[in-house]
Design a binder for this molecule. Sequence first.
Ligand code: NDP
Length: 267
Amino acid sequence: CPRVTGRTRLYGILADPIEHVKTPQVMHALFRERGVDGVLVPMHVVPEDLSRTLDGLRGLQNFGGFIATVPHKGDMLDLCDEITDEATRIGAVNCVRREPDGRMVGTMLDGIGFLEGLRGSGIDVAGRRVLLVGAGGAASAIAFALAGGHAGRLTIANRTVGRARDLADRIAAHYPGLPVAAVGSDEGAGALDLVVNATSLGMRPGDPLPVNPETLGPGQAVAEVIMDPAETPLLAVARSRGCRVHAGLPMLEKQIELMARHMGAIS
Ligand code: NDP
């Protein structure tokens, strides 16, 4: 636990629910390693209160910025005063810097964190046929990262198929050479090399699996965005069916330094 004094800079993570977040532990390990006098506080904010929470944080002089996670990443686009090109393209914000004058500058780092985490497990997306489940903030960032990493084919499956279509259209507009399709989450996706769960399914006990386990088998890799539990029911079933599995925590670990830099905690 960091030692807090009057000089300590404050940072936050905004989420609803908040109990599952791993960011404070991971960020404090980085702060210790780099000698940063800072503390990152979990902040439980429901969507209706997001706008007035931001107004309050603008006035907090020793506040450096915050990480935004479920369900705030989309709403943050309109609430920030400035957003990076990356966040605009993806349509979501997951990290916000508070400037000394109170202006909020948002960016999006989920995609780069996911791709680098996968690379750390020796999984290269180049040329691979990928099923991405989900079309929210994390999924959008991952879709752009997969396209930028030269995936061979991308199928986006989501409960709300319209959101999957919208994401597929945005990917197609930026990466016209990549075959991309949108399906409902109950539809089959054909032959696949990599399945990515980018929904929140698996966070709560009793959640249904995000994909039909019968479509999984040896030769495939299955990657997760969920960090708690570390071994989700999807990863457990994928492992039992002979797939290579990749958990959610490396995605956060890989982007934590970039987040600290964006919030001005490290240079
Ligand atoms: P969003 O709220 O933006 O998107 C949620 C997604 O999950 C949507 O595609 C939504 O589908 C789907 N979903 C939610 N509930 C259900 C359900 N009951 N049945 C089917 N689909 C469902 O959230 P994020 O994209 O920001 O986050 C998603 C997950 O990623 C979270 O668990 C978050 O903790 C994790 N995450 C992990 C990171 C890491 O570093 N490892 C970083 C960022 C996020 P629909 O469109 O139909 O609502």
